[in-house]
Each structure stands twice: as structure tokens, then as C-alpha cells.
Design a protein around this ligand. Sequence first.
Ligand code: GDP
Ligand code: FE
Ligand code: FE
Ligand code: FE
Length: 194
Amino acid sequence: VYTSNIYSGTRADLISKIKQAVSSKRFQHILGVEKSAIDLAQKNNYSLEKASIAALVHDYAKERTDQEFKEAILKFNLSSDLLNWNNFIWHGVVGAEFIKTELGIEDEEILNAVRRHTVGDIEMTTLDQIVYVADYIEEGRDFPGVKEARLIAAENLKAAVSFETKHTLQFLMENNKVIYPAAILTYNQWVAGK
Ligand code: GDP
Ligand code: FE
Ligand code: FE
Ligand code: FE
């Protein structure tokens, strides 16, 4: 049972809503992110309940169609530049609007953590950092560097944000992927320290 009034139901209610919205593979990822987020919250003296809710909803909208996202960008008057991007950027920034309207979660700290979970931001709250890092290190992730990321995260949350930002950008560049401009701003702040 959640004691805050961020979500109107129990954790079990929230979980059943999320389970309905995504594939079983993604649902397992989401539970892994929740576990990691709670662990990071504990280590960083942050609310376990907020960490749990933010982690459970972070990929809520990941499996919506491009068409749904485009309609939502117009409906919620979000920046029209978003129309030039795709699911990887929409599921957080636009996904937050689905979380608000469909799940009734209006807590801006939680919604911002969802908005920032894919590319981060210049300024990131403790909750933003927790979700960003938990998404990267959850137990189901398996990529070169994930073990090191977990070790760093266990010691120092900000250092883990830096590590993740650098390695994600490196990975994208090695694969000739387009870099979302805001990801460069995150890099400048968290990796280059500028
Ligand atoms: P997930 O939703 O749990 O799969 O994880 P994320 O929300 O962190 O990332 C979604 C996808 O976006 C991943 O495949 C990332 O590698 C990718 N991604 C993150 N930043 C960028 C970027 O700047 N450019 C591109 N092309 N992809 C990115
Ligand atoms: Fe995501
Ligand atoms: Fe991520
Ligand atoms: Fe995720």
C-alpha cells in the first residue's frame, strides 16, 4: 500500500494497469527497474515509494504506436519539434502525458523523471538520477559495461549518471546513430563538467 497520495490505488493496482499496457518482456524489465530504483533510493536516502512509482511507470507508453504519439503531441500542445523524432524520445516526454491522464499521476517530480529517463537533462533531481540509472542497470540488462555500471551505481549515483551518459553516447556514435541534441547537453554537464 502506498502511503503518499501520488497514486490513488495500491502498488498492486498500479502493477496490473502497467501489465496490461506492455508486453511481458517489457513488464519484466519494468519490475527490474523498480527493484534497482528502490535499492538506489535506499542508498541515497530518497523516498522508496516515489522511486517505486516512477520506476513502474517509466516505460508505460513505450508500446504505443507512432500515430498515438503524434496525436498526443498535438493534443497536449507539446513542442512541434518532437514530431521530427521517434519512439525512443516520445515514450518518455510524451509518455508522461499518458501517465497523467490515464493513471491519474500528477506528481511533477515523477512525471519529470519519466520525461528525463532516456536522455537525461542538464539538471537532474535525485529521482531523475535514480530512474535514469535504474533503467540502465536493472538485473535483466546485459551489455558490455553493465557490470561496471552496477558497481559504480552502488557507490555513487552521480558517477553512475556520468558513466551511463558517456557510454550511451559512445554506443550511439559507434553505430552511426542520430544523437538527440538534448543528449549532448546532458553529456556536457555530466561528463565534461561544463
Ligand atoms: P528502454 O525504454 O528501457 O529501452 O530504455 P531508454 O528509454 O533508456 O532508451 C530507449 C532507446 O533510446 C534505447 O535503445 C537507447 O539506446 C536509445 N537512445 C537514447 N538516447 C538516444 C539518442 O540520443 N539517440 C538515439 N538514436 N537513440 C537514443
Ligand atoms: Fe525507456
Ligand atoms: Fe535508459
Ligand atoms: Fe526502461
